[in-house]
Design a protein around this ligand. Structure first.
Ligand SMILES: C[S@@+](CC[C@H](N)C(=O)[O-])C[C@H]1O[C@@H](n2cnc3c(N)ncnc32)[C@H](O)[C@@H]1O
Length: 273
């Protein structure tokens, strides 16, 4: 019988072109992405599953594609965007054309209740707000004007990204479940989960009540029993080190440049079984 590595070598495809996330997203793993992607690609798997996919900062930067891929997020507006990008990319491109970053348009769309819109309109609304909001924030969004980073909505670039992401999602399964149910559904001995939950201490950054402090314990419990492999990234705080101490923990130092003269150093944890 062939082993998993040989099989996954055979079924592995390579991403044709550079695919990048559609919009900024709070907690997008830009600075750690090289290290995490390298670790994912060194871990043999035939099924890749991401329970907290967000804007796909890691999912889209992977270059090797296994037999099956599944993405998930509890945010219904985000999941609707993914589904519409895959199903109606040209309609979406037509709808974003000639939209510009403008304060009035931002607040008009922000105040429009999602329930009054069609699925395509909801996707456009989410993509526009996310592109223009300060700091890629999901809650308490404000029109993102700052001297360093003026709000921008470059519809020409966005159309190219939409087409590339649509092609990349063609055979990807998209789910909207709580992480625990999702992990239980897709756990097999050949599955690799990459998990990027909200940071410890920032549980409400993605909306109230969707992730609580006690959910870290629930996450640890579900990961403890899985048949597959996992890679989890979290902020480096003593509580996280203590909770996940039964697993392998690597420290990753990250430097953020604030301006030309100063930089901020933080450390993150990459936890795996
Ligand atoms: C840190 S972000 C992921 C960022 C992502 N890696 C990226 O590059 O864009 C965490 C994500 O977890 C989602 N989330 C929060 N609670 C969840 C839950 N209970 N089940 C599934 N997803 C959840 C949020 O909606 C958010 O998109």
């Amino acid at each position: 019988m062939k082993n998993i590595t040989e099989l996954s070598e055979k079924t592995k495809k390579t991403v044709p072109a550079r695919v990048v996330p559609l919009a900024p997203y709070l907690g997008g793993k830009f600075r750690l992405s090289k290290r995490i992607v390298a670790k994912i690609e060194q871990t043999p798997h035939k099924i890749y599953a991401e329970p907290f996919v967000g804007m796909g900062g890691i999912f889209l930067r992977r270059t090797q594609i296994p037999k099956a891929e599944i993405i998930n997020d509890i945010n219904g507006e985000l999941v609707n965007l993914y589904r519409i990008v895959r199903k109606h990319p040209e309609e979406l491109c037509r709808c974003v054309e000639f939209r510009l970053a403008a304060r009035q348009e931002f607040y008009r769309l922000k105040q429009t209740p999602a329930e009054t819109l069609t699925e395509i309109e909801r996707a456009v609304r989410f993509l526009y707000l996310q592109s223009v909001a300060f700091g890629g924030k999901l809650t308490h969004q404000a029109f993102g004007v700052s001297i360093d980073r003026p709000a921008r909505f470059n519809f020409v670039k966005i159309k190219d990204r939409l087409r590339a992401v649509a092609e990349r999602l063609a055979s990807v399964t998209i789910e909207q479940e709580d992480f625990e149910a999702f992990i239980r559904h897709y756990d097999t001995k050949d599955t690799l989960f990459y998990l990027d939950p909200p940071y410890w201490g920032n549980e409400t950054d993605y909306g109230k009540g969707i992730f609580r402090r006690s959910d870290f314990e629930r996450l640890k419990d579900v990961l403890t029993g899985i048949k597959g492999r996992f890679i989890l990234s979290l902020n480096d705080v003593p509580q996280v080190r203590e909770l996940f101490k039964a697993f392998t923990i690597e420290q990753a130092d990250v430097t953020y440049s604030i301006n030309n003269e100063s930089a901020k150093h933080t450390s993150e944890l990459i936890i795996s079984n």
